[in-house]
Design a protein around this ligand. Structure first.
Ligand code: NAP
Length: 366
């Protein structure tokens, strides 16, 4: 019975799938999984990248099942005016994920805010001109909800009011981009509606070889770059659930507003424990000294002053803080059941090894 229903859903999707779904930044960690799931569900996909030749050479997207028949790749740059005009033609759905996700940049305005904000406006303007678009799903971030800890629970009503160009520029870029998106649909008589996904740190199996920013935490942890077990907690979510959230947000006619997308939080100490369970203690230089106490927090905050700006802001804003998030909207309205984070974290660890991103520390004493 369940299989029958699944097949009917698949057939329904296939019938509805003649118009391609536009996925911007298709070569990205999150977007590639969205593309994979869309193809699996029978959709046709038009993916944008700044460099089609490179994407074809990488082969991660073009090798996906269904890609030969139903994936096309086109070039578009977020900061080039009108770049998405052609890409969006004939699409009913647009999933806009492209945005630079880096913490340490030379010029935060040029490298983060301009592509995030101008790119979002550019995609929305193109979608407004191409009258076939019914819905735009925007990949925002939990960073647009929260600029740090607070007493209480984060909900979709919250906005990041603390990040700025000078402090937390990535979070600021995501906040500004989401704000201009809501402003754009408020100010203009557009033929589509907007739904926003606000994921916390995304992890899990990656289709693309590049290390994503969240996984970089685990790479640094394995390479001995942390002085000890620091008093930080991270809210996370599995990339497979994030992709599914985008697709459900696209398909469900009743979807609307923002959706905090998170499976919960894990402390840095728990990450180290999970890494040891995975046998990383023997292979890599995992941190050992416990700095997750009041003295340790003070030491880490002081030491953060000597880190690059992005890392410094991140550490200062996160040490000693915990997160409570309300995810009842996404579970209730979109029916997302999040994977167990411990399993997702283990999958992320395995994936980093599969892609060869970790240097074994032969001298690591355990
Ligand atoms: P990613 O792997 O770096 O992918 C981002 C993609 O954006 C890149 O593949 C790139 O495609 C495209 N891009 C970057 N700058 C561009 C520009 N100037 N013009 C056109 N395309 C550009 O990042 P990700 O981790 O998948 O993140 C995807 C989205 O999810 C972003 O909006 C990010 O803010 C959001 N998000 C990520 C996380 C996370 O933990 N990963 C958490 C919350 C939200 P090309 O190089 O092929 O052009």
């Amino acid at each position: 019975m369940a299989t029958g229903l699944h097949n009917i859903t698949k057939i329904r999707r296939m019938l509805a799938s003649t118009a391609p779904v536009l996925v911007t930044g298709a070569t990205g960690f999150v977007a590639a999984e969205i593309v994979r799931q869309l193809l699996e569900a029978g959709y046709s996909v038009r993916g944008t990248t700044r460099n089609v030749a490179r994407a074809i050479q990488d082969g991660h997207l073009t090798d996906l099942p269904g890609a030969a028949e139903r994936l096309e790749l086109v070039e578009a740059d977020l900061v080039e005016p009108g770049a998405f005009d052609e890409a969006v033609v004939g699409c009913e759905y647009v999933i806009h994920t492209a945005s630079p996700y880096v913490l340490d940049v030379e010029d935060p305005q040029r490298d983060l805010v301009d592509p995030a904000v101008q790119g979002t406006l550019s995609v929305l303007e193109s979608a407004a001109k191409a009258t076939a678009v019914k819905r735009v799903v925007l990949t925002s971030s939990f960073a647009a909800v929260s600029g740090g800890a607070k007493d209480g629970i984060w909900t979709e009503k919250d906005w990041n009011t603390t990040s700025s160009l000078d402090s937390g520029a990535y979070a600021y870029s995501k906040t500004m981009a989401e704000k201009v998106a809501w402003q754009f649909v408020d100010d203009n008589d557009v033929p589509f509606d907007l739904v926003v996904i606000n994921p916390t740190g995304v992890l899990g199996p990656s289709i693309v070889s590049r290390v994503n920013q969240t996984h970089q935490i685990f790479v640094s942890m394995a390479h001995g770059e942390y002085p000890g077990i620091i008093g930080i907690e991270f809210p996370f979510v599995d990339v497979r659930d994030v992709a599914m959230a985008h697709i459900k947000a696209m398909e469900n006619p009743d979807a609307g507003g923002r959706y905090i997308t998170s499976a919960g939080s894990r402390s840095f100490r728990r990450l180290v424990e999970l890494a040891r369970d995975q046998g990383w203690g023997e292979k890599y230089k995992l941190p050992k000294i416990g700095l997750d106490n009041s003295v340790g927090n003070a030491v880490v905050k002081f030491a953060a002053n000597f880190q690059p700006k992005g890392t410094r802001d991140f550490l200062k804003g996160s040490v000693g803080k915990t997160y409570e998030l309300d995810t009842s909207k996404i579970t209730g309205e979109l029916g997302i059941e999040f994977r167990d984070l411990d399993v997702s974290i283990g999958d992320a660890f395995s994936d980093l090894e599969r892609w060869g991103h970790l240097e074994p520390e032969t001298s690591a004493p355990e």
